[in-house]
Design a protein around this ligand. Structure first.
Ligand code: AHG
Ligand code: MN
Ligand code: MN
Length: 336
């Protein structure tokens, strides 16, 4: 019996493009180039244990964080491939202080913000890590893009997604028509549709946050998460606790099973007084994904992540993201 013909991500992108007769194919081309970069990174991640790519590069990034060699490799792979793709006018990366120009003569109509390797602290201990990306239409007319092209609210994203380098490599993304998951068949080098139209359960099953920081949350936030831990049969509480320290891995598990993830602001660490996670290339793309899958994303004072007007490339925001009913409750409790 012939094996059913798997839907490749390329086929899915072409079919999605058909929904837009006016489409020029540039967004499709952009996504396909990004997918090639993701496959390149995946191959390196899977070899990292063997190649000399584990460990620190000896540098620190604008976040003041130790840059792991794999962060650098992933960043370089994406920048080099996308700068010459012809689809972008400007980029920003967690690993680069300022805007990243594209190659002269290759200016396109989109912008790209990305976290090349999320969950870096887990690279050397073989825990899932990932690449997160967000795409906007440029605001400037032509030529090289600039800061204003990048500082756009998440509501205006045209595409968002991540590549998860885990027990298998998965690509999960949206272009505003639902969330779809693809699993890489490394023997063929193709991503095949494995999770069509993902919907996140409206009630959480897991609670994901670093309770080690509890003493440093705002009192109202502490009260909310204490309440969520109280037994409540109607809400299936208390939830099981699952926190792996890789946002992209925690997010993906919760997207599939239902969950509530939080990284609130932290009074102990000045660098986290607005939370640890970055708006442009962590919170906003995941907020688009979760809303497309029926969930929600807010700050720890009840604002919708997608409505925040960015003021800085590496702006941090407190993040509460996941199942709709639980985030609604958080919004009511924290926003009041
Ligand atoms: P990155 O590796 O891109 O810097 O992101 C790490 C983030 C995120 O992946 C994760 O949720 C969070 O750091 C974990 O932070 P704590 O170790 O402070 O809990
Ligand atoms: Mn990250
Ligand atoms: Mn990172």
């Amino acid at each position: 019996m012939r094996r059913p013909l798997g839907v490749t991500v390329h086929r899915h992108i072409v079919d999605s493009q058909r929904l837009h007769p006016e489409a020029t194919g540039d967004l499709s081309g952009l996504l396909n180039e990004l997918i090639v970069a993701g496959k390149t990174i995946s191959a390196e991640v899977n070899m990292a244990g063997l190649a000399d790519i584990l460990g620190m590069s000896g540098k620190t990034n604008i976040q003041g964080e130790e840059v792991q060699k794999l962060d650098e490799f992933a960043n370089r792979t994406i920048v080099r491939r996308m700068a010459r793709s012809g689809y972008l006018c400007v980029m920003t990366s967690e690993e680069e202080d300022t805007v990243i120009p594209v190659e002269e003569g290759y200016e396109g109509k989109y912008t790209l913000a990305f976290d090349p390797m999320d969950g870096s602290s887990n690279i050397d201990v073989n825990v899932s890590i990932g690449t997160i990306f967000a795409v906007h239409r440029r605001r400037s007319a032509t030529g090289q893009g600039d800061l204003a092209d990048l500082l756009q609210p998440g509501r205006d994203q045209v595409a968002a997604g991540y590549i998860l380098y885990g027990s298998s490599t998965m690509l999960v993304f949206t272009t505003g028509h639902g969330v779809h998951g693809f699993t890489l068949d490394p023997s063929v080098g193709e991503f095949y549709l494995s999770h069509a139209d993902i919907r996140t359960p409206e009630r959480a099953r897991y609670l994901s946050l670093n309770t080690g920081n509890r003493p440093y949350w705002q009192p109202r936030v502490r009260d909310f998460f204490d309440m969520v831990n109280e037994p409540d049969a109607d809400k299936g509480r208390p939830y099981s606790s699952r926190y792996i320290g890789s946002l992209v891995a925690d997010f993906h598990r919760n997207l599939i099973t239902g969950g509530l993830f939080a990284y609130p602001r932290d009074s102990r660490d000045a660098g986290k007084s607005h939370g640890k996670l970055r708006l442009l290339y962590e919170a906003a793309p995941l907020a688009m994904l979760i809303e497309q899958a029926g969930g929600r994303a807010i700050t720890d004072d009840g604002r919708n992540i997608l409505d925040i007007e960015p003021e800085d490339l590496h702006q941090r925001v407190p993040l509460i993201i996941g199942s709709k009913l639980d985030v609604d409750e958080a919004e009511e409790f924290l926003g009041s």
